[in-house]
Structure formats: structure tokens, C-alpha cells
Design a protein around this ligand. Structure first.
Ligand code: GDP
Ligand code: IMO
Ligand code: MG
Length: 485
């Protein structure tokens, strides 16, 4: 925006024609400063609004469904982190879509979708997903954009991950085996391949030759893995590059231009706060910034352009893979949650570990993300319970603490303090009106809101788009903030 203005006027002149270095309309200001101020004022006036959807727990909170519902109010939905380790389920009038790389906004007519630079993109997985969407009549061509700066997952990333996960002496993370971690390692090690480089076939060939040689040696030496064939890989990925090319652009420019034109953007998080590489239960985390700050780094939109953070939490808690889970219930009640909530991973089919809502973690997640609004999903899963345990605090060595440990081993010492809340023992499935919820369910939500320190703006009472309660204040804030241009 500033560049455009500077180009439209002689560079040493203020917009009202006062030469640079002389005073402009604001006493004591040089014309250069005046020009900058005018461009910033205009920028502020034109700016569209944004909101970030972030998982408040360990992923699978129902982000996909919520993005789908809210996308009605936004012109663009942009994914900012992770890769096809994510599985976002959306059900529209009974028809189910599971999206892994493509943002859920793609299912909403008139909404553009962006895969940001913070995502790691497996070209083969992307083309498969895009192809399936096209076959289902979803408009993706001219509607879906991939960042030229996103990093590419290649087969050797999967090879290294599989070998490392099963190597003796290694801490098993229980990853999704999609090559996510090694791809981010190469990104940070400054030896990765970006989407722009994928399209540069000469560079691609050289990159694959060098990388495959190096990775084959490492994998063989460390894990005795069979080598990969560089020529075969190049042929396959060169073909994929050709098919991906029409989707690729500088998505940071696209997003900032959309904002400057007053369009509203919804940022779609993947994974969850406790899987964040910095703030999660390290090392049992994923390899990207899943928290709200990731929306900035992962898309190229500035921090001061983020207007609202919406944290998504189940009415209870789940996690897939290894690692700490203080409020886990390994007994019959946990099994029952899994059954009622159909808690099986959308990507790997693994049974999800289940447990109770953990308020200390929800408060921690609120602090890290700056959560303005909470969305509570899967309330209906609790319908049959007479009493609902909620973890309201932690004790370590018998002493109450509000600290969330930095070390995974620190979690082993945590003892959850539970409070039993009254259940409602009646169906809430599909309820769309807050007042129609049983009183005990409303009390449960009010309790969570008070203890978590963020207002509940939305409640999900079933998997379908329509199984949703929207709180008036949330809707009116969203509608004024996120009006389409
Ligand atoms: P995401 O990764 O955060 O998008 O969540 P997933 O899609 O992996 O997992 C959430 C699962 O719960 C999906 O199968 C959804 O269809 C389902 N779901 C979402 N909201 C609700 C709800 O309110 N009630 C029930 N019963 N299921 C829900
Ligand atoms: P969505 O977006 C739940 C978990 C894996 C594993 C750890 C690291 O659907 O909420 P990775 O393959 O990322 O290196 O695995 O993170 N994990 C998820 N768990 N939902 C997800 O995504 C996840 N993405 C990764 O199970 O424990
Ligand atoms: Mg999921």
C-alpha cells in the first residue's frame, strides 16, 4: 500500500505538493513523515478484518466444522501451519468431507482458499485431495492458491521419519508418518525445497539428486534403510509440479491485497496449542507453530492485522499419539467417550485417547493464543452422563500449582483436582438455540466460560454444519468485524 502511494506521487513530495524536508500541514512534521502518515491512515481505513481459528487442546477439536460454519462471513480462508497430518472433517447436509491440506473455506461458494507459506506441502497428497474435491463438484480452479514459499515434503522425509520413529533408543512420538517433522527440519536447516523451487525443473533435478544421495547415506548408516531412486523421484515430482503450477502464487501479496481492499480473512489453524513446537508438550508435539502466532508467520500477514482469536475446545479432551495427558481417563468412562464421540483419527484411524476437560490447560492456551472467544464442540457427547468430571486445578507433590510444566516428565508428577459437574441426561444433539439447552448444560458452559476466562461464542451440538448454536454477541461482533467487501 505504501509502495503504491509512493509510486503515485513524486517520491520527494508530500501528497498536497509540499516538498520533502519542508513542513506539511501538521506543524513540525516533514513532508516525508506526512506522506507516510497519509498512506498509513488510508491503509487503516481500507483494512479488512481477520480472525484466527486455533485448536485449544491437542488437535481434532472440530476446527474444520467451525471454519466451515464461520466461512460464510469471510472472503478468504487461509491455512497457516502443518501439512496433511491434519484431518478436518466437515459435514454439510449429511455429506462428509475430510480435508487435510486444503482449507475448509473451499466448500463455501464465493470463498477463496489459501495454503500459506507456513504449511508443508506434499505435492502428491495435494493433487489427490484437489482431484477428489474437483470430482465432488467443489470449485478449486481459480479459487485455491498455494504459497510459492511453502516447503515441499519429499519421499525421503517419510523414509527418515519412519526409520527414526522405530529406531532403538529414540523417543517415539507417535507421528502421523507423513514426513512432517523432517520437512520442517530441512526448512529450518536451510536445505529445504520450496514450492517456487519445485516449479523450477532444473533446480528440482539438482535438489533431488543431492538430497537423495545425502538422505540415503544417513538412512542407511543410521537405520539400515533401503535407498530411494532419485531419477524416479524427479520424474514423478516434475509431473506433479506441472499440475500444481496453476495454483501457485505469492499468497502473502494476495492476502495483504485482499485486506487492503477491505476483505475479511479467516485463518485456519491445524493441530492444537499443546502440539505447538514451542508451547506444547515437547517433544510430544508436531513441528510447526500451531498457536495463533503461527497465523502471522505462516501467511505473511502482519501481527497488527489480527483482530480476533477464536479458540476451539471440545467439551472434554482427546489426544492422538504419545505424550502427557493429565486428565486422561483410561477406564470405562474414557472408552465411553471414545464410543459416543467416535474418537478415531481422521488421518490414521488410530483410536484417540480420551479424558476430561482440563481447565488449567485451557487457561494456558488462552494466555498463549490471546483467545477472545471460545467455541465448545461435541457438547452432545456428554448427554448421557449423570456427572461430568472437570479438571479444575493441578497439584504437584500435594501442593496446588498453576504452572504448566516445561518438561514432559513434569507432567508425570501432576495430580488433577477434579470437580464433578451435574450432567443433563437428555439429548442436546442438533440443538441450535441456546435457550433450548437443558439448564445443566447451560450451567456447564457458564462454568467453563468463567474458569477459562474467555467468552463462549459458539457451541457445537453435532457434526453437521447446522448443528450449531451461535451466541448473539459473538455473531454481531463477527458480522461487523468480518463483513465481506
Ligand atoms: P479438527 O481436526 O479440529 O478439524 O477435528 P476433526 O475433524 O479431526 O475431529 C472432530 C470430529 O468430531 C469430526 O469427526 C467431526 O465431524 C466431529 N464433530 C465436530 N463437532 C461435533 C459435535 O459438536 N458433535 C459431534 N458428535 N461430533 C462433532
Ligand atoms: P488436526 O489439524 C491431532 C499429532 C500426532 C503426533 C504428533 C506429531 O486434525 O487437529 P506429526 O505427524 O505432526 O509429526 O505428529 O502430533 N498430530 C495430531 N493430532 N490432530 C492433528 O491435526 C494432528 N496433527 C498431528 O498424532 O502425536
Ligand atoms: Mg483432525
Amino acid at each position: 500500500m505504501r509502495t503504491r502511494l509512493l509510486r503515485s506521487y513524486p517520491s520527494n513530495f508530500c501528497v498536497d505538493g509540499i516538498p520533502a524536508g519542508k513542513e506539511c500541514a501538521t506543524p513540525g512534521r516533514s513532508a516525508d513523515i506526512c506522506l507516510l502518515e497519509i498512506s498509513l491512515t488510508e491503509l487503516a481505513l481500507k483494512k479488512g478484518k481477520t480472525a484466527v481459528i486455533v485448536g485449544a487442546q491437542w488437535g481434532d477439536e472440530g476446527k474444520g466444522k467451525i471454519v466451515d460454519v464461520l466461512s460464510e462471513n469471510f472472503s478468504v480462508v487461509a491455512r497457516y501451519a502443518g501439512g496433511h497430518n491434519a484431518g478436518h472433517t466437515v459435514i454439510i447436509n449429511g455429506k462428509k468431507f475430510v480435508l487435510q491440506l486444503v482449507p475448509c473455506g473451499v466448500l463455501r461458494a464465493g470463498c477463496r482458499s489459501v495454503i500459506g507459506n507456513g504449511v508443508v506441502l506434499d505435492p502428491i497428497a495435494f493433487l489427490k485431495e484437489a482431484g477428489a474435491l474437483r470430482e465432488n463438484g467443489v470449485k478449486i480452479d481459480g479459487n485455491l492458491f498455494v504459497s510459492n514459499r511453502a516447503h515441499v515434503i519429499l519421499p525421503y522425509h517419510r523414509m527418515i521419519e519412519l526409520a527414526a520413529e522405530n529406531a532403538p533408543g529414540r523417543v517415539k512420538i507417535g507421528t502421523t508418518s507423513r514426513g512432517i517433522g523432517p520437512a520442517y527440519e530441512d526448512k529450518m536447516g536451510r536445505r529445504g525445497l520450496r514450492v517456487a523451487d519445485l516449479l523450477d525443473l532444473q533446480l528440482l533435478k539438482k535438489h533431488i539428486e543431492n538430497a537423495v544421495r545425502e538422505k540415503n547415506m544417513i538412512a542407511h548408516a543410521l537405520f539400515n534403510t533401503e535407498p530411494l531412486d532419485a531419477d524416479k523421484m524427479y520424474t514423478e515430482y516434475a509431473q506433479a509440479a506441472e499440475k500444481i503450477a496453476p495454483f501457485v502464487c505469492d499468497t502473502a501479496v494476495l492476502l495483504n491485497q485482499a485486506l487492503n481492499q477491505g476483505e475479511a480473512i479467516l485463518f485456519e489453524g491445524a493441530q492444537g496449542t499443546m502440539l505447538d513446537i514451542d508451547h506444547g508438550t515437547y517433544p510430544f508435539v508436531t513441528s510447526s507453530s500451531a498457536t495463533s502466532g503461527g497465523a502471522v508467520i505462516g501467511t505473511g500477514v502482519a501481527p497488527n492485522a489480527i483482530n480476533s482469536v477464536i479458540g476451539i475446545s471440545k467439551a472434554y479432551c482427546t489426544r492422538v499419539g504419545e505424550g502427557p495427558f493429565p486428565s486422561e481417563d483410561k477406564g470405562d468412562a474414557g472408552d465411553n467417550l471414545r464410543k459416543r464421540g467416535n474418537e478415531y483419527g481422521a488421518v490414521t484411524g488410530r483410536p484417540r485417547r480420551t479424558g476430561w476437560l482440563d481447565l488449567p490447560l485451557l487457561r494456558y492456551s488462552g494466555m498463549i493464543n490471546g483467545t477472545n472467544w471460545l467455541v465448545i464442540t461435541k457438547l452432545d457427547v456428554l448427554d448421557e452422563l449423570a456427572e461430568i468430571p472437570v479438571c479444575v486445578g493441578y497439584k504437584i507433590d500435594g501442593k496446588a500449582t498453576s504452572d504448566v510444566p516445561a518438561q514432559a516428565s513434569g507432567y508425570d508428577k501432576i495430580e488433577c483436582v477434579y470437580q464433578k459437574r451435574s450432567g443433563w441426561r437428555t439429548s442436546t444433539e442438533g440443538i441450535t438455540d441456546y435457550e433450548k439447552l437443558p439448564k445443566a448444560a447451560r450451567d456447564y458452559l457458564a462454568f467453563v466460560e468463567k474458569e477459562a476466562g474467555a467468552k463462549v461464542g459458539m457451541i457445537s451440538t453435532g457434526p453437521d454444519r447446522d448443528h450449531t448454536i451461535l451466541v448473539d454477541e459473538f455473531v454481531s461482533e463477527l458480522k461487523t468485524a468480518a463483513k465481506k467487501a
